[in-house]
Design a protein around this ligand. Structure first.
Ligand code: SF4
Ligand code: FES
Length: 378
């Protein structure tokens, strides 16, 4: 019998990072700097068990992600297992490796939604950021396959100082691709993106122009395409409620089976995270000390402790607090009330300097052709 705390509600969503393998090398990848190898990945049976446990725990949605989840040959069988367990299945993909047969298998397995990443509107620039020649053309084909399968399509456009000048074109491209929804997300600075911050962080003027453009597009495209907009913390006065609060709404299982409260939690040195091989998701969610560490408000320092927004933004992002101050238990420096808020001003001075070269998520300097990518078996 599991001892559970009745105060802890079940999570809404599971991010299933099936693999860190990926044909792309985006310099803002959300995967950790130390990528996990294929040999450490959970096998099909273990992922099925995780999906069943997630559904039993009360999870409603599963986001199949990576790396590139299409690199797993068993993806359709995992989608089918999730659907049978009653989970809403969403695929987050670069589109590389999607062909008609795989699309048919995924749709037949019960996949409900696809999110397709977009690096740029300009194919050459898109391929440059992706680190893969021919990537952009494959994305166009993938979008068509998703539409032909009758599945709703969201285009995830990540924006930064090197592509914001083409934001209008990116919106038009998402329309042409048949997106029902466009998520325009400024880069968030953890892991690889933090390493490339000086090459990616936009100026305040760029951000203001982009926000104006998005607001106009939302009005113009009302009823045609929904546009979500995620602004960068580095210009915020109040932080985002990262993950809806630590250990409140979300859990992330990474390829080796380690369970995290957010995708960047492994960057928090000194913390130990559980693994699905040693405990069930329910035991982890309700009882693991790592999930309890920043849950709720008891852990909060000043000024969060007495702040009227403490149950709105939950003190912001623990990983950003750690990345910028070295202490995950401090108020997120994105908050103007934080004693560390000036750290963001210092980072913004980087935007006045020429953008340095990208550090790609793999060390190879060779830019491969998309047609050369062969997905290894899991
Ligand atoms: Fe949020 Fe803390 Fe800032 Fe208040 S002080 S707005 S709770 S981060
Ligand atoms: Fe980890 Fe925000 S990314 S708490």
């Amino acid at each position: 019998m599991i001892a559970t705390s009745t105060a802890v509600e079940p999570p809404l969503a599971l991010l299933a990072e099936l693999t860190h393998r990926c044909p792309l090398r985006c310099p803002y990848c959300s995967n950790p700097l130390a990528l996990e190898r294929a040999g450490t990945e959970l096998d099909t049976a273990a992922w099925r068990r995780v999906l069943s446990e997630a559904a039993a725990l009360g999870v409603l949605q599963v986001h199949f992600s990576g790396g590139e989840p299409l690199a797993r040959r068993d993806l359709a069988s995992l989608v089918a297992h999730a659907a049978q367990a009653g989970l809403y299945g969403n695929l987050i993909t670069s589109g590389i490796g999607l062909d008609a047969a795989r699309m048919a298998a995924l749709a037949g397995a019960g996949l409900e939604h696809v999110q397709l990443s977009l690096q740029d509107s300009d194919p050459g620039q898109g391929d440059r950021v992706a680190g893969l020649a021919g990537a952009q053309a494959q994305k166009y084909r993938a979008a068509q396959l998703v539409r032909d399968a009758g599945l709703p399509l969201t285009v995830n456009a990540v924006v930064h100082r090197q592509n914001l000048g083409r934001l209008q074109d990116m919106i038009e491209l998402a329309l042409q691709l048949g997106a029902d929804r466009l998520e325009i997300a400024h880069v968030q600075y953890y892991g690889w993106a933090l390493k490339n911050r000086a090459a990616l962080l936009p100026s305040r003027e760029q951000l203001a122009q982009a926000t104006t453009l998005v607001e106009a597009a939302r009005v113009r495209l009302k009823g045609v395409m929904v546009i979500d907009y995620v602004v960068p913390d580095y210009y915020a006065r109040r932080p985002k409620a990262c993950m809806g609060g630590w250990g409140r709404r979300f859990l992330n299982v990474i390829p080796s089976g380690t369970v995290l409260p957010c995708h960047a939690a492994e960057t928090l040195s000194g913390m130990r995270f559980p693994n699905v091989g040693a405990a069930s998701l329910a035991e982890i969610w309700h009882n693991d000390p790592a999930f309890a560490r920043f849950r709720g408000t008891d852990w909060m320092p000043d000024p969060c402790r007495g702040c009227e927004r403490r149950e709105i933004d939950w003190g912001g992002c623990r990983c950003q607090a750690f990345a910028l101050t070295g202490d995950a238990a401090r108020t997120d420096p994105a908050c103007a009330l934080s004693p560390d808020h000036e750290l963001l001003a210092a980072a913004r001075t980087e935007t006045a300097l020429p953008a340095p070269e990208f550090v790609y998520r793999q060390h190879s300097a060779v830019v491969r052709r998309a047609s050369e990518h062969v997905s290894p078996a899991p």
